[in-house]
Write a protein that binds this ligand. Structure first.
Ligand SMILES: [Mn+2]
Length: 359
């Protein structure tokens, strides 16, 4: 028996928290749909008996019923695979849910908002699952079922595995002790096995710069009667962040070359470059974006650097006010102490912003 376990696809998400431009966000939204379509191809190719979607298939606030219909049509392409959907906090099965009123094919089961068991006698498998019908659960709203040792038992849960959470906190130790052959989790967007047979696949495609690293799904295979999960990298994009300390860099070519070196990303990736340190006043960071953005799917440059001030001139122009006194107090220490230097520059940033003095 082969199972493909995915979760947190967030189809239709508008990416408004992603820091991408509206155009890049729209492109990523389409990419997520393309990747989901490829996953359906993967189901066909591997001949998976079961496709488990452990919550957040959709971003309900952005989806239209035609989008849900599109997903239902995808499932029509894999009639021999049992598709089991557990709704999560982003696509809860409420009365007004878009899942209602869409005609899903016979191979699809959407778990109800109570713990339910779906048995496939031909496979000797019983799959337990639950759909959220609201956006928060401070505790588990059901008893975890007792599995029948004569069968292969799988549990599907969209939940958190920390002790305190508003997203259905579940005690992993307790869960591991119950004896399920496999527990298919959803909700955490980074892939990881919390126990050998209790896994989060993570989001199928990463959704923003907080979702670095590899993304994909979990392929579960039956090896001599034991279910063995294996992560399969499947996403077409990566979100990559690099930090670049520009202290001491005085010419633009060096800045550009260091930025290139720092960004370990390619044309399919979303790249973010965070500029730190003390920046030479003559360097304009906007050139960096213009010159490098063609190397990536999208480039975000965040300038967190502090400007390198002309202290002598600034002191001369402000010797009779607080800016001059501030420079005088820190200037000697700043010559030898990096912390004092940063304190001086950050303080000047704040003072000059409020006082209207030029850099
Ligand atoms: Mn999610």
């Amino acid at each position: 028996m082969k199972i493909i376990h995915t979760a947190d696809i967030h189809l239709c998400m508008d990416m408004r928290h992603s820091c991408l431009s509206p155009k890049a966000a729209e492109e990523h939204r389409k990419q997520i749909l393309r990747t989901f379509s490829s996953l359906i191809g993967e189901v066909k190719e591997t001949g998976a008996d079961i496709l488990i979607i452990a919550g957040d298939l959709f971003e309900t606030r952005c989806a239209r019923s035609s989008d849900i219909k599109r997903a239902a049509d995808f499932f029509r392409e894999i009639p021999d695979t049992r598709v089991l959907i557990s709704c999560g906090n982003h696509d809860p099965l409420s009365r007004t849910s878009l899942y209602e009123g869409i005609d899903f094919p016979d191979n699809v089961t959407i778990f109800p908002p109570e713990m339910a068991a779906i048995e496939f006698e031909d496979l000797g498998v019983c799959v337990y699952g639950f759909s959220w019908d609201r956006e928060r659960y401070d505790s588990i709203p059901f008893e975890i079922p007792e599995p029948d040792p004569a069968k292969t038992n799988i549990l599907v849960l969209h939940c958190d595995v920390t002790s305190r959470s508003s997203y259905m906190p579940v005690n992993v130790k307790m869960l591991a002790g119950i004896g399920f052959d496999y527990v298919a989790l959803g909700h955490i967007h980074r892939t990881g096995a919390v126990r050998e047979n209790i896994c989060y696949p993570g989001s199928l495609e990463p959704l923003d710069f907080s979702e670095e690293g590899e993304h994909g799904y979990i392929f579960v295979d039956d090896e001599s009667g034991k279910l063995v999960p294996r992560f399969v990298s499947f996403a077409s994009t990566r979100f990559v962040t690099a930090k670049l300390d520009v202290s001491g860099i005085t010419d633009y070519n060096t800045l550009r070359d260091r930025a290139r070196e720092a960004l370990d990303a390619g044309p399919d990736d979303y790249a973010r470059l965070v500029i730190t340190g003390v920046c030479d006043r003559s360097l304009d960071m906007s050139y960096l974006k213009d010159e490098l953005e063609g190397n990536f799917r999208y480039l975000l440059v965040e300038d967190e650097s502090t400007a390198d001030y002309d202290l002598i001139r600034l002191y001369r122009d402000n010797s009779d006010n607080i800016i001059g006194r501030f420079i005088l107090a820190l200037m000697n220490d700043a010559a030898t102490d990096e912390k004092a230097r940063l304190a001086l520059y950050c303080g000047l940033d704040a003072l000059l912003q409020s006082g209207g003095e030029n850099r």
